[in-house]
Design a protein around this ligand. Structure first.
Ligand SMILES: Nc1ncnc2c1ncn2[C@@H]1O[C@H](COP(=O)(O)OP(=O)(O)OP(=O)(O)O)[C@@H](O)[C@H]1O
Ligand SMILES: [Mg+2]
Length: 324
């Protein structure tokens, strides 16, 4: 089953300039994608590329400047309905939990707010949810406060709270980047398994780390300065990156088998202030005159998916990819 559950259609998010001398920030620039039933989609981009802005729009926390979030190819939902159906797992499990509240109370709130579960059943459901995220026995965690838990356990509580709303989609915004390296893959596997076992139909996994996307994602969207520059099946994109920016991301992955340091490093991006030309042109080794002034053409990738690039369109980037 690969029908689309949730679509982002031509999303634009423009932030007002801070001073009269600044230009407005276009954090998200005409972004469209669909989250498909049974699949994890990874949204990959460096710091400042617009990932959290997209997450906040998808979960109904913010409104786009223009564009829509559409449910199952038809309905445009109210913010409240979107917030229940699309739950967010935040990057920082320390900030995401109110330190004053008991874990049982935290996980019970969505049961009462969104699902209106009878009070007599709330306790059993909280225990079931805690055990679904492998906090066992659940009863041992109900009366704890966040400071008594490790970072990984807190993130499990955040996931249990998201599941409590009975969402159809989870948006996980860099859910492991603040956790100890030793437990990252465990939490990613948990996210993948809750999607398969707890009725979650689709997931958007946000990361700046291509390799972690390989662990969980079926599809990949590569975001650069608010633009999706390449998309396709995870294996295809990682093995045959065509866009010069995706190639840079691949080059930047530290490889213990490579003798020298990564050839190039990815730095934080400044957001787009103009909608003309390719956003990557100022850094692109293959940039030609047209790249500065015209929007990049969207080309079908040979192995499926799409890439927005003049150099791919003209056949110059394919050669580079072969030598990659
Ligand atoms: N509320 C806001 N007001 C003004 N500018 C904002 C606001 N939120 C985000 N931005 C700007 O929009 C751009 C994208 O921000 P966003 O937080 O979406 O990036 P990100 O990809 O999630 O980055 P990171 O990996 O660091 O979390 C940034 O330049 C940011 O400064
Ligand atoms: Mg972010």
């Amino acid at each position: 089953m690969t029908n689309t559950i949730l679509s982002a259609d031509n999303l634009v998010k423009r932030f007002a300039p801070k001073t009269r001398l600044d230009a407005p920030v276009i954090a998200v620039n005409n972004v469209s994608f669909g989250l498909r039933n049974g699949e994890v989609t990874a949204l990959i981009g460096e710091s400042g590329s617009g990932k959290t802005t997209i997450a906040r729009i998808l979960t109904g926390l913010d409104q786009p400047t223009s564009g829509t979030v559409v449910w199952e190819n038809s309905a445009e939902l109210s913010r409240k309905a979107l917030q229940q159906r699309v739950q967010m797992v935040f990057q920082d499990p320390f900030a995401a939990l109110n330190p004053m509240n008991l874990i049982g109370y935290t996980v019970s709130r969505p049961l009462i707010n969104y699902r209106r579960i009878a009070r007599a059943q709330v306790n059993d459901e909280v225990i079931r949810l805690l055990e679904a995220v492998q906090l066992t026995p659940g009863s041992a965690y109900i009366s704890k406060r966040p400071y008594e838990l490790s970072g990984g356990q807190r993130q499990r509580v955040v996931i249990a709270r998201a599941l409590a709303a009975s969402p159809q989609v989870i948006v996980a915004d860099e859910p492991v980047s603040m956790l100890d390296v030793s437990i990252r893959s465990e939490i990613l596997r948990l996210l993948r398994s809750v999607m398969e076992n707890q009725g979650v139909q689709s997931m958007l996994y946000i990361t700046h780390d291509l390799l972690s996307a390989q662990l969980v994602a079926d599809q990949v969207l590569v975001l650069y300065r608010g633009h999706i520059v390449e998309r396709g099946e995870t294996g295809e994109i990682l093995q045959h990156p065509l866009h010069p920016y995706t190639q840079l991301l691949m080059d930047s992955i530290p490889n213990p088998w490579r003798r020298q340091e990564p050839r190039r490093r990815v730095s934080q991006t400044t957001p787009s202030t103009s909608s003309h030309g390719c956003p990557y042109a100022p850094h692109c080794p293959l940039a030609a005159k047209q790249c500065w002034s015209l929007p990049a053409p969207v080309v079908d990738r040979p192995g499926g998916g799409k890439v927005a690039c003049f150099a791919v369109h003209d056949g110059r980037a394919v050669e580079q990819a072969r030598n990659h």
